[in-house]
Design a protein. Structure first.
Length: 276
Protein backbone atom coordinates (compact mmCIF):
# COMPACT_ATOMS: atom_id res chain seq x y z
CA UNK A 1 0.00 0.00 0.00
CA UNK A 2 1.47 3.35 -1.03
CA UNK A 3 1.14 6.58 0.82
CA UNK A 4 -0.72 9.47 -0.82
CA UNK A 5 0.79 12.87 -1.57
CA UNK A 6 2.07 14.72 1.49
CA UNK A 7 0.42 17.95 2.63
CA UNK A 8 2.28 21.15 1.86
CA UNK A 9 2.82 23.37 4.89
CA UNK A 10 2.42 27.12 4.28
CA UNK A 11 3.38 29.91 6.67
CA UNK A 12 1.43 33.14 6.26
CA UNK A 13 3.29 36.31 7.27
CA UNK A 14 0.72 38.97 8.12
CA UNK A 15 3.12 41.80 8.85
CA UNK A 16 3.46 45.57 8.95
CA UNK A 17 5.70 46.84 6.13
CA UNK A 18 7.76 49.99 6.65
CA UNK A 19 9.37 52.48 4.29
CA UNK A 20 12.75 51.55 5.82
CA UNK A 21 14.25 48.78 3.69
CA UNK A 22 16.48 47.39 6.43
CA UNK A 23 13.48 47.07 8.74
CA UNK A 24 11.68 45.10 6.02
CA UNK A 25 14.66 42.81 5.54
CA UNK A 26 14.61 42.10 9.29
CA UNK A 27 10.89 41.35 9.00
CA UNK A 28 11.62 38.89 6.19
CA UNK A 29 14.31 37.20 8.31
CA UNK A 30 11.90 36.93 11.25
CA UNK A 31 9.24 35.43 8.98
CA UNK A 32 11.71 32.89 7.60
CA UNK A 33 12.76 31.97 11.13
CA UNK A 34 9.12 31.40 12.05
CA UNK A 35 8.53 29.33 8.90
CA UNK A 36 11.58 27.24 9.78
CA UNK A 37 10.32 26.64 13.33
CA UNK A 38 6.95 25.59 11.88
CA UNK A 39 8.71 23.24 9.44
CA UNK A 40 6.96 24.99 6.57
CA UNK A 41 7.54 24.22 2.91
CA UNK A 42 6.50 27.69 1.73
CA UNK A 43 6.48 31.19 3.21
CA UNK A 44 4.16 33.85 1.78
CA UNK A 45 4.79 37.53 2.50
CA UNK A 46 2.39 40.32 1.45
CA UNK A 47 2.39 42.62 -1.53
CA UNK A 48 5.02 45.39 -1.34
CA UNK A 49 6.90 43.43 1.35
CA UNK A 50 10.18 45.10 0.42
CA UNK A 51 8.84 48.61 1.11
CA UNK A 52 5.51 50.37 1.48
CA UNK A 53 4.10 53.87 1.83
CA UNK A 54 0.31 54.18 2.24
CA UNK A 55 0.46 57.43 0.24
CA UNK A 56 1.72 55.46 -2.76
CA UNK A 57 4.57 53.23 -3.88
CA UNK A 58 6.76 54.19 -6.80
CA UNK A 59 10.32 54.43 -8.17
CA UNK A 60 11.76 55.54 -4.81
CA UNK A 61 10.84 52.12 -3.39
CA UNK A 62 12.22 50.07 -6.28
CA UNK A 63 15.25 47.83 -6.24
CA UNK A 64 16.38 45.31 -8.86
CA UNK A 65 16.03 41.54 -8.69
CA UNK A 66 19.70 41.28 -7.70
CA UNK A 67 19.22 43.88 -4.93
CA UNK A 68 19.36 43.24 -1.18
CA UNK A 69 15.78 42.13 -0.61
CA UNK A 70 15.45 39.43 -3.26
CA UNK A 71 19.03 38.34 -2.58
CA UNK A 72 18.10 37.82 1.07
CA UNK A 73 15.07 35.74 0.10
CA UNK A 74 17.10 33.60 -2.27
CA UNK A 75 19.95 33.00 0.16
CA UNK A 76 17.55 32.19 3.00
CA UNK A 77 15.46 29.85 0.85
CA UNK A 78 18.61 28.05 -0.26
CA UNK A 79 19.87 27.62 3.29
CA UNK A 80 16.55 26.58 4.85
CA UNK A 81 14.89 24.69 2.00
CA UNK A 82 11.79 26.89 2.36
CA UNK A 83 10.30 28.34 -0.82
CA UNK A 84 9.13 31.98 -0.70
CA UNK A 85 6.54 34.12 -2.47
CA UNK A 86 6.81 37.85 -1.72
CA UNK A 87 5.75 41.20 -3.10
CA UNK A 88 8.52 43.56 -4.26
CA UNK A 89 8.85 46.79 -6.23
CA UNK A 90 11.10 46.67 -9.28
CA UNK A 91 12.51 49.47 -11.45
CA UNK A 92 10.31 50.32 -14.40
CA UNK A 93 11.17 50.05 -18.05
CA UNK A 94 13.12 52.90 -19.61
CA UNK A 95 11.13 52.23 -22.77
CA UNK A 96 7.96 53.26 -20.95
CA UNK A 97 9.21 56.84 -21.06
CA UNK A 98 8.46 59.71 -18.67
CA UNK A 99 7.21 60.02 -16.08
CA UNK A 100 9.40 57.37 -14.44
CA UNK A 101 7.37 54.55 -12.93
CA UNK A 102 8.11 51.31 -11.07
CA UNK A 103 6.68 47.78 -11.27
CA UNK A 104 4.59 46.07 -8.60
CA UNK A 105 5.80 42.48 -8.73
CA UNK A 106 5.83 39.13 -6.97
CA UNK A 107 8.88 36.91 -6.82
CA UNK A 108 8.60 33.15 -6.52
CA UNK A 109 11.75 31.59 -5.05
CA UNK A 110 12.05 27.82 -4.93
CA UNK A 111 13.45 25.74 -2.08
CA UNK A 112 16.90 25.70 -3.69
CA UNK A 113 17.04 29.51 -3.69
CA UNK A 114 16.48 29.84 -7.42
CA UNK A 115 14.26 32.60 -8.79
CA UNK A 116 11.49 30.47 -10.27
CA UNK A 117 9.40 33.34 -11.61
CA UNK A 118 8.49 37.01 -11.47
CA UNK A 119 4.89 38.14 -11.83
CA UNK A 120 4.36 41.79 -12.77
CA UNK A 121 0.96 42.99 -11.60
CA UNK A 122 -1.42 43.33 -14.53
CA UNK A 123 -4.38 45.09 -12.88
CA UNK A 124 -3.24 48.33 -11.28
CA UNK A 125 -5.33 49.72 -8.45
CA UNK A 126 -7.01 52.66 -10.15
CA UNK A 127 -10.13 52.48 -7.99
CA UNK A 128 -11.68 53.77 -4.77
CA UNK A 129 -9.84 57.09 -5.15
CA UNK A 130 -6.38 55.57 -5.71
CA UNK A 131 -4.31 55.59 -8.90
CA UNK A 132 -1.46 53.10 -8.86
CA UNK A 133 -0.86 53.85 -12.52
CA UNK A 134 0.44 57.31 -11.61
CA UNK A 135 3.51 55.62 -10.09
CA UNK A 136 3.53 52.09 -11.52
CA UNK A 137 3.48 50.50 -14.95
CA UNK A 138 1.36 47.37 -15.50
CA UNK A 139 2.70 43.98 -16.39
CA UNK A 140 1.83 42.57 -19.81
CA UNK A 141 -1.51 40.73 -19.71
CA UNK A 142 -0.27 38.12 -22.18
CA UNK A 143 2.81 37.17 -20.12
CA UNK A 144 2.99 33.51 -19.19
CA UNK A 145 1.34 32.83 -15.81
CA UNK A 146 3.81 32.37 -12.95
CA UNK A 147 3.58 29.13 -11.01
CA UNK A 148 5.76 27.53 -8.35
CA UNK A 149 5.83 23.80 -7.63
CA UNK A 150 6.15 22.98 -3.94
CA UNK A 151 5.85 19.33 -3.03
CA UNK A 152 2.81 17.89 -4.78
CA UNK A 153 1.06 21.22 -5.32
CA UNK A 154 1.44 23.94 -7.93
CA UNK A 155 1.00 27.49 -6.60
CA UNK A 156 -0.12 30.21 -9.01
CA UNK A 157 0.51 33.84 -8.07
CA UNK A 158 -1.53 37.01 -8.51
CA UNK A 159 -1.59 40.29 -6.58
CA UNK A 160 -4.22 42.18 -4.57
CA UNK A 161 -6.50 44.00 -7.06
CA UNK A 162 -6.14 41.05 -9.47
CA UNK A 163 -8.50 39.27 -7.08
CA UNK A 164 -11.40 41.29 -8.50
CA UNK A 165 -10.84 39.84 -12.00
CA UNK A 166 -11.90 36.17 -12.08
CA UNK A 167 -10.48 35.60 -15.54
CA UNK A 168 -6.98 36.26 -14.15
CA UNK A 169 -7.27 33.41 -11.66
CA UNK A 170 -8.82 31.10 -14.25
CA UNK A 171 -5.85 31.68 -16.56
CA UNK A 172 -3.42 30.72 -13.77
CA UNK A 173 -5.45 27.58 -13.04
CA UNK A 174 -5.33 26.73 -16.75
CA UNK A 175 -1.53 26.89 -16.38
CA UNK A 176 -1.71 24.14 -13.78
CA UNK A 177 -2.27 25.90 -10.45
CA UNK A 178 -3.81 23.86 -7.63
CA UNK A 179 -3.48 26.80 -5.22
CA UNK A 180 -4.05 30.50 -5.89
CA UNK A 181 -1.84 32.85 -3.87
CA UNK A 182 -2.80 36.51 -3.42
CA UNK A 183 -0.27 38.65 -1.53
CA UNK A 184 -2.02 41.97 -0.90
CA UNK A 185 -1.95 45.40 0.67
CA UNK A 186 -5.75 45.51 0.63
CA UNK A 187 -6.65 49.12 1.34
CA UNK A 188 -9.13 49.57 4.18
CA UNK A 189 -12.50 51.25 3.66
CA UNK A 190 -16.25 50.62 3.69
CA UNK A 191 -17.03 47.00 2.81
CA UNK A 192 -13.43 46.38 1.72
CA UNK A 193 -12.76 43.59 4.24
CA UNK A 194 -16.04 41.95 3.19
CA UNK A 195 -15.03 42.16 -0.46
CA UNK A 196 -11.64 40.61 0.30
CA UNK A 197 -13.11 37.63 2.12
CA UNK A 198 -15.96 37.06 -0.33
CA UNK A 199 -13.74 37.22 -3.39
CA UNK A 200 -11.11 34.89 -1.94
CA UNK A 201 -13.75 32.26 -1.26
CA UNK A 202 -15.32 32.78 -4.69
CA UNK A 203 -11.96 32.26 -6.41
CA UNK A 204 -11.51 29.03 -4.45
CA UNK A 205 -14.96 27.64 -5.22
CA UNK A 206 -15.16 28.56 -8.90
CA UNK A 207 -11.66 27.19 -9.62
CA UNK A 208 -11.80 24.21 -7.24
CA UNK A 209 -8.43 25.48 -6.03
CA UNK A 210 -7.11 26.17 -2.56
CA UNK A 211 -6.56 29.87 -1.89
CA UNK A 212 -3.96 31.67 0.22
CA UNK A 213 -4.66 35.38 0.70
CA UNK A 214 -1.94 37.19 2.66
CA UNK A 215 -2.84 40.73 3.65
CA UNK A 216 -0.40 43.34 4.90
CA UNK A 217 -1.51 44.76 8.22
CA UNK A 218 -0.99 48.19 9.77
CA UNK A 219 -2.33 51.70 9.10
CA UNK A 220 -4.65 51.92 6.12
CA UNK A 221 -4.72 48.22 5.18
CA UNK A 222 -6.97 45.39 6.29
CA UNK A 223 -4.80 42.39 7.19
CA UNK A 224 -7.35 39.56 7.46
CA UNK A 225 -5.26 36.88 5.80
CA UNK A 226 -7.19 33.76 4.87
CA UNK A 227 -6.49 30.20 3.74
CA UNK A 228 -9.32 28.17 2.21
CA UNK A 229 -9.66 24.77 0.64
CA UNK A 230 -10.84 24.07 -2.91
CA UNK A 231 -14.42 23.77 -1.65
CA UNK A 232 -14.31 27.22 -0.03
CA UNK A 233 -14.02 25.86 3.52
CA UNK A 234 -11.89 28.23 5.59
CA UNK A 235 -8.87 26.62 7.21
CA UNK A 236 -7.23 29.75 8.63
CA UNK A 237 -8.51 33.30 9.07
CA UNK A 238 -6.79 36.20 10.81
CA UNK A 239 -7.89 39.59 12.09
CA UNK A 240 -5.79 42.74 11.95
CA UNK A 241 -2.98 41.62 14.28
CA UNK A 242 0.61 41.25 13.16
CA UNK A 243 1.29 37.53 13.31
CA UNK A 244 2.64 34.42 11.62
CA UNK A 245 0.39 31.39 11.18
CA UNK A 246 0.84 28.07 9.43
CA UNK A 247 -1.63 25.82 7.62
CA UNK A 248 -1.37 22.52 5.76
CA UNK A 249 -2.75 22.17 2.22
CA UNK A 250 -3.64 18.63 1.13
CA UNK A 251 -3.12 17.71 -2.55
CA UNK A 252 -5.48 14.77 -2.13
CA UNK A 253 -8.27 17.14 -1.09
CA UNK A 254 -7.81 19.25 -4.24
CA UNK A 255 -8.02 16.11 -6.37
CA UNK A 256 -11.08 14.87 -4.47
CA UNK A 257 -12.98 18.16 -4.88
CA UNK A 258 -12.13 18.33 -8.59
CA UNK A 259 -13.43 14.79 -9.11
CA UNK A 260 -16.69 15.55 -7.32
CA UNK A 261 -17.17 18.92 -9.01
CA UNK A 262 -15.57 18.87 -12.50
CA UNK A 263 -16.55 22.45 -13.24
CA UNK A 264 -13.22 23.19 -14.89
CA UNK A 265 -13.91 20.42 -17.41
CA UNK A 266 -17.55 21.44 -17.84
CA UNK A 267 -16.97 25.10 -18.71
CA UNK A 268 -17.64 26.44 -22.19
CA UNK A 269 -15.54 29.62 -22.30
CA UNK A 270 -11.79 30.19 -22.51
CA UNK A 271 -9.71 33.12 -21.25
CA UNK A 272 -7.95 35.24 -23.88
CA UNK A 273 -5.58 37.99 -22.66
CA UNK A 274 -6.35 41.50 -23.82
CA UNK A 275 -3.85 43.22 -26.09
CA UNK A 276 -2.36 46.59 -25.25
Amino acid sequence: MTDGPAPVRVTVAQVVVAQDREVNRRTARDALDEASRARADLLVLPEYASGYDPRGVGPAHAEPLDGPYVTLLRESAGSTGIAVIAGVTLPGSAAAGPPARAVNALVAVDAAGELAGVYRKVHLYDAFGYRESDHLEPGPPDAEPVTLRVGDLTFGVLTCYDLRFPEASRRVVDAGADVLVYPAAWVAGPLKADHWRTLLLARAIENTAAVVGVGMTGPGVTGRSLVAGPDGVVALELGEEETYRTADLDPARVAEVRRANPSLANRRYAVTPARG
